[in-house]
Design a protein around this ligand. Structure first.
Ligand SMILES: [Zn+2]
Length: 194
């Protein structure tokens, strides 16, 4: 069953969501994208959350999930490097941006208007279409300035990244790391008071 895999922190920004398919649980790094089933589960999650649409792909995921695995993982690595640089207050290289632009050339965009929403629809192989949509999202996050507000989770063991424009959020999510930190602090206080 592919639906058993759950992905943390689906943000609606597919480039962020791809990077966040690597997680740390109980101190061990887990990769949630290591086979075609994982790709399908991730794809289905994005469809369910209306982040992508079936109409954007020329074939069913069953037929190309496997072909997209290695290029997705490669892109994830590239995105993580850039995103972590920004989270650490460094500048992106022009090569990094160029790389994303070139990925879009493999499946450039046409457009559909669906329920008053403009849907970018890449042409070409579906695996390249998915890559194009992810690259477009990352470039859009840059052009809109949103990546200036990208942060690493305050839990040093956590690898999740998030965007916070208010500047107050410390954790990837309260549920994943915030509560855990509260519990640890509480336990420490209890130990001190004994
Ligand atoms: Zn976290």
């Amino acid at each position: 069953m592919t639906n058993e895999i759950t992905f943390p922190l689906i943000s609606g920004n597919i480039s962020m969501d791809l990077v966040n398919t690597e997680v740390v649980r109980h101190g061990t790094r887990h990769d949630l994208l290591t086979n075609a089933d994982h790709v399908r589960a991730w794809f289905d999650t994005l469809i369910m959350e209306k982040i992508i649409f079936k109409e954007q792909f020329s074939a069913d995921i069953e037929h190309w999930g496997n072909d997209s695995l290695s290029i997705l993982r490669e892109l994830r690595q590239v995105l993580r490097e850039g995103f972590e640089m920004l989270a650490d207050g460094k500048e992106l290289s022009s090569d990094w941006i160029k790389h994303l632009e070139l990925l879009i050339e493999n499946a450039p965009f046409t457009y559909q208007l669906k329920n008053d929403q403009l849907i970018p629809t890449p042409m070409g192989k579906p695996e390249n279409a998915l890559i194009s949509l992810i690259a477009l999202d990352a470039l859009t996050l840059i052009s809109s300035g949103q990546l200036n507000n990208i942060h690493r989770c305050a839990n040093p063991d956590c690898v999740l990244l998030f965007i916070d424009t208010h500047g107050r959020r410390k954790w990837c999510s309260m549920k994943i790391c915030g509560n855990r930190s509260k519990v640890t602090r509480h336990q420490r206080q209890k130990a001190q008071n004994k």
